[in-house]
Design a protein around this ligand. Structure first.
Ligand SMILES: CC(C)(COP(=O)(O)OP(=O)(O)OC[C@H]1O[C@@H](n2cnc3c(N)ncnc32)[C@H](O)[C@@H]1OP(=O)(O)O)[C@@H](O)C(=O)NCCC(=O)NCCS
Length: 173
């Protein structure tokens, strides 16, 4: 079943719901697969109110909510050149985060968020979309491959004190 979503750009006024949703979806996805202390340490920094407020203010980053009947069911974070966590290429966009709430996964909400990210890159005449994904997140890797992404490298990602490997994947558009 394909759920119909409404996409909207996240603004400063949405800081609180963004904080709650991004933290919850991160914990739901990764808490049980990692050392709890590392997850907590990472989340304390990544989902701090001040940090997210700064990211929302950054003209080189954009967040979008996917909603069903005003309920937030997913979100993405896009980074352009200087805001990117790696690569830093002005002809690309980084899809730094794509999350759908556990209850709503498998309803093509991720697909619609992905299509939106790709369309946004096309509208901006960018050459490719890239992202980093934990090497053990097979579900997400499969999802990206289904959308045409190919692995082109890897980088380290610190989850608290745990040095993890992220596969870097790209879709040329
Ligand atoms: C990865 C993620 C964003 C995908 O979102 P989603 O809304 O579940 O994605 P979709 O529904 O578009 O597709 C998911 C799967 O459901 C399947 N699916 C989609 N619609 C379906 C339907 N009608 N019937 C059966 N299966 C369906 C798709 O085939 C797809 O399978 P795949 O894993 O082989 O690609 C989501 O699983 C998520 O938030 N995961 C946790 C966070 C995470 O890992 N994020 C990425 C960090 S890098």
């Amino acid at each position: 079943m394909r759920a119909n979503i409404t996409l909207s750009k996240v603004g400063q006024a949405d800081l609180e719901p963004l904080l709650i949703f991004s933290k919850k979806t991160f914990f739901d996805a990764f808490y049980h697969l990692n050392n709890p202390e590392d997850v907590e340490a990472y989340a304390t920094k990544a989902f701090a109110e001040g940090r997210l407020a700064e990211e929302l203010n950054d003209p080189a980053s954009e967040f979008y909510f996917a909603c069903i009947n005003c309920e937030i069911v997913g979100y993405i974070k896009l980074n352009y050149g200087p805001a990117q966590t790696d690569v830093n290429d002005d002809t690309s966009v980084e899809l730094e985060r794509i999350y759908v709430s556990s209850f709503h996964q498998g309803k093509q909400i991720g697909q619609q968020l992905m299509e939106f990210a790709i369309q946004t890159a096309k509208d901006k005449k960018l050459k490719y979309v890239w992202l980093g994904v934990w090497e053990h997140n097979q579900k997400a890797i499969k999802f990206y491959q289904r959308h045409g992404f190919k692995i082109f490298g890897e980088h380290d990602f610190m989850l608290g004190k745990d040095k993890q490997v992220d596969k870097l994947m790209k879709l040329v558009i």
